[in-house]
Design a binder for this molecule. Structure first.
Ligand code: NAD
Ligand code: TYD
Length: 361
């Protein structure tokens, strides 16, 4: 059996693949365009894994995707591939429209054509799992209950709008063509291997480098943080037991203001990597101009995930954050290659030696 994963060289996709091989021998084909957010060094340990195959490709390349579907005959497609950084979507929305909307459309069409031709039992078992976000629901007022699966879609950023559009495509492909799709809407993830443009890794690395810790606006915006490993476990549950055509909200039950997250990062670093001058990292916190259209609060009701699929997050924010900080401290080579940009040249230099080409297509 085979699973086709897209965007597996990014933060959540790479954690998902590494996690998958800890409990399964099923083949994974990872298709990733390797944008700035894709980092194959993260998956170096799988280089010679017989069940792992990597193909550098854009999800919009329907000819190649169709060929890979016929070649590998997966029982599921899991779409992690996306442009994901809200700030980048504000400065340049084009790539978000192309990958998140046009790319998802293209992938859905390839999957539908492949699925149409499958024998009856394989057709019944096939799943297309779309990894989406809680940001499609817009912003909550302080007194409002967390988002559940019936909350109205009111996306506010170009990123959120592009993800909302792709969710609607999934819905239509299920209702119109019967494609067995599943959509998950997850809150903010954090954990090992996250690109340091996102809040938590940015704060850890800036703190260690003695740089300012830029908190947008008043820092009182609220996010619901989920440890990435918990997200991966939730996705496995949805893939194996989710009902086609359904959405599942996934969250950590950790509503925190951005300022308190940054303060917790500083407090842990003060304990485990104190500054040489004896001062606290808190001194580096710096309030900067707010993001335009900044959503004030996200929160997720996980009632459906816990009730129907028996899923709960394992990590508390305190345990998950400590593990995350320790990972960044322990993986200096990864951090350096991301910071100096060498991870981008890595694929061409590394695979010049044909004997190392391993499973790369
Ligand atoms: P990421 O930015 O770390 O990784 C995205 C990956 O997709 C990269 O490896 C990139 O090279 C690849 N990619 C981008 N465009 C592509 C294209 N056209 N074709 C093929 N590959 C392409 O993102 P992430 O944080 O791992 O997020 C993965 C998914 O989870 C996204 O769909 C995102 O919307 C969703 N999500 C993320 C979070 C979060 O907090 N990070 C929360 C909820 C949902
Ligand atoms: P981010 O990690 O970009 O995720 P998202 O925008 O998808 O929620 O940001 C998380 C929160 O942290 C968000 O409210 C914006 C805020 N933020 C800062 O205050 N400073 C920063 O430097 C960054 C990157 C984010």
């Amino acid at each position: 059996m085979t699973i086709l994963v897209t965007g597996g060289a990014g933060f959540i996709g790479s954690n998902f693949i590494l996690n998958w091989f800890e409990h399964s021998n099923e083949v994974i084909v990872n298709i990733d365009k390797l944008t700035y957010a894709g980092n194959l060094q993260t998956l170096l340990s799988l280089e010679r894994h017989p069940q792992y195959h990597f193909v550098q490709a854009d999800i919009k390349d329907s000819k190649l995707i169709s060929r890979l579907l016929s070649q590998y005959r997966p029982r599921a497609v899991i779409n992690f591939a996306a442009e994901t950084h809200v700030d980048r979507s504000i400065h340049g929305p084009e790539d978000f429209i192309q990958t998140n909307i046009v790319g998802t459309f293209s992938l859905l069409e390839c999957a539908r054509n492949y699925w149409d031709e499958l024998p009856v039992t394989d057709k019944k078992a096939f799943r297309f799992l779309q990894i989406s976000t809680d940001e499609v629901y817009g912003s909550l007022l302080p007194e409002e209950p967390p988002f559940d699966e019936s909350s109205r879609y009111t996306p506010n950023s170009p990123y959120a709008a592009s993800k909302a559009a792709s969710d609607h495509l999934l819905r239509a492909w299920h209702y119109t063509y019967g494609l067995p799709v599943l959509t998950t809407n997850c809150s903010n993830n954090y954990g090992p291997r996250q690109f340091p443009e996102k809040l938590i890794p940015l704060m850890i690395l800036n703190a260690l480098e003695g740089k300012p810790l830029p908190v947008y606006g008043d820092g009182l915006q609220i996010r619901d943080w989920l440890y990435v490993q918990d997200h991966c476990e939730a996705l496995c549950k949805v893939l194996s037991a989710g009902q086609p055509g359904q959405n599942y909200n996934i969250g950590g039950g950790n509503e925190k203001t951005n300022l308190s997250v940054v303060q917790e990062v500083c407090a842990i670093l003060d304990q485990i990597r104190p500054r040489s001058n004896g001062k606290s990292y808190h001194e580096q916190i710096s309030f900067v101009t707010d993001r335009p259209g900044h959503d004030r609060r996200y929160a997720i009701d996980i009632g459906k995930m816990s009730g129907e699929l028996d899923w709960q997050p394992r990590e508390t924010f305190a345990t998950g954050l400590r593990k995350t900080i320790q990972w960044y401290l322990d993986n200096n080579a990864w951090v350096q290659s991301v910071q100096n940009g060498s991870y981008r040249a890595w694929i061409s230099t590394h695979y010049k030696d044909e004997s190392l080409k391993g499973n790369q297509e």
